[in-house]
Ligand binder design. Structure first.
Ligand code: IMP
Length: 437
């Protein structure tokens, strides 16, 4: 049982962190392959709550190799803060490894992200303003600063100078910002380099070795399929590829290393930031879901837009990622809502009907869900540990999802706690086939 990829099947915030955390218990390595500190994972351990933005979710298992892969963009200020926070709580960080080829978010990336959004005004994307887009843009322009560069003062200075030069015009309002002073920036980043040095490594061999030995490697995606820069609702997307194919690129392994791809989806839908959302609710049900689900961003605290589960978009996610299993999270949030709805097709402009996710932006912006209605349930589901423990109407919703997506539901989340998860036989068999070193 080698490679298992965990991706978001919606617009992010599906609860991937918890799923990865549970699987990491038996995994030999956990590797993050894209995104940056635009992501936020919350993990509850007993009374303790851990919030991560960059460190992979497996870090709470002492010594477990946890890799920040080459495809991730790293804000070293955030990463060093996260490391300090974990150290203070006596978490063993000996397994943490950061790819020397990962790109660094620089102070000017943060400023450019803010300036770009301000320039767009009402047409803003609603980014997390963490500098993600400008950092990936520099990577593609071959002007990026990589983790390995902070280990050499001369190279670092040269690269920063080259990276800033073409941005002078865009950064002119910040010309006097002390953060942009070449000397200060170089000093700050050398200091980060010094702090991060023990963790910097050539990371693909960590995956290769574990895969060669038939051990479980979990590839941890951030954001979600519909935020993918190629396959999402462009331009209202992030600047990386959260889809499963990107696990190979962002971790340095070949496609044959991937055995299973599980997509994580909530039992409803949410989206942060702007962009099309065909099943969005603007009523009391939407507010109820937002409240019951605690739908406020881990990273920015922004309220998330809420809506019904969208089986058209999820069917698309199944194809784009090649999903072999679905993890449905937060089923408990739907308790007491009557009736429930699931979008099974869209109505677009001029009443056109769409069975498949429309590729055209103008269509998608005006598409609205056509729903299948299901009876809800009143029973508390938070104690369910098998599918049989669920009320029949909750099982019916899961069956509708499986049938419409032609993909098995492998795990079901029924509450925030670690134990509040239903493991189906399929998921158990992955877990039990895994060997821990
Ligand atoms: P960026 O990734 O900060 O550039 O933001 C681009 C879009 O992706 C915005 O709509 C963000 O709200 C969204 N986004 C980025 N990261 C996440 C995430 O982890 N969860 C949910 N939405 C995200």
């Amino acid at each position: 049982m080698p490679g298992l990829v965990i991706v978001g099947a919606q617009w992010g915030d599906e609860g991937k962190g918890k799923v990865v955390d549970l699987l990491a218990e038996r995994a030999d390595a956990v590797i993050r392959f894209q995104g940056g500190n635009n992501a936020g994972h919350t993990i509850v351990r007993g009374d303790e709550v851990f919030k991560f933005h960059l460190v992979p979710s497996g870090i709470l298992y002492p010594g477990r190799p946890c890799v920040v892969g080459n495809g991730v963009v790293v804000d070293p200020r955030v990463l060093t803060d996260e490391i300090d926070g974990l150290r203070k709580r006596n978490i063993d960080l000996s397994g943490l490894r950061i790819s020397a080829n990962a790109h660094l978010i620089m102070p000017y990336h943060l400023l450019l992200d803010q300036a770009g959004e301000a320039r767009l005004g009402k047409r803003e994307i609603g980014t997390t303003k963490r500098g993600i887009g400008p950092c990936y843009a520099d990577k593609a322009a071959r002007l990026g600063i990589r983790v390995q560069d902070v280990l050499d003062e001369k190279i670092l200075k040269q690269k920063i100078t080259a990276a800033i030069e073409p941005k002078r015009q865009a950064l002119r309002d910040y010309a006097k910002d002390p953060l942009l002073d070449l000397h200060t920036m170089t000093e700050d980043y050398l200091a980060f380099g010094h702090r991060l040095a023990p963790y910097i490594a050539d990371t693909p061999p960590i995956a290769w070795r574990a895969l060669d030995e038939g051990k479980l490697v979990v590839f941890e995606g951030a954001q979600g399929t519909l935020l993918d820069i190629d396959h999402g609702t462009y331009p209202f997307v992030t600047s990386s590829n959260p889809v499963a194919g990107s696990a190979c690129v962002g971790a340095g392994v070949g496609p044959k290393s991937i055995d299973e791809v599980w997509g994580v989806a909530k039992a409803y839908s949410t989206r942060v930031g702007a962009g099309p959302f065909p099943t969005e609710l603007h009523d009391a049900v939407g507010e109820r879901i937002q409240r019951a689900g605690g739908e406020f961003g881990t990273t920015t605290g922004r309220p998330r837009r809420c809506g019904w589960i969208d089986l058209v978009a999820l069917r698309y996610a199944v194809r784009v990622n090649g999903l072999t299993g679905l993890v449905i999270t937060k089923l408990d949030v739907l308790t007491g809502i009557e009736p429930l709805r699931a979008a099974v097709r869209y109505t677009g402009p001029e009443g056109a009907s769409f069975d498949d996710f429309p590729y055209h932006q103008s269509v998608l912006h005006r598409a609205r869900g056509d729903y299948e209605e299901l009876p809800g349930w009143e029973e508390d589901v938070t104690g369910a540990r098998t599918l049989a423990d669920l009320p029949a109407n909750a099982r019916a919703l899961l069956e509708l999802i499986e049938q419409r997506l032609d993909t098995p539901v492998v795990m079901v989340g029924v509450g925030p706690g670690r134990d509040q998860m239903i493991w189906t036989d399929a998921a158990e068999s992955v877990r039990s086939r895994a060997r821990v070193a």
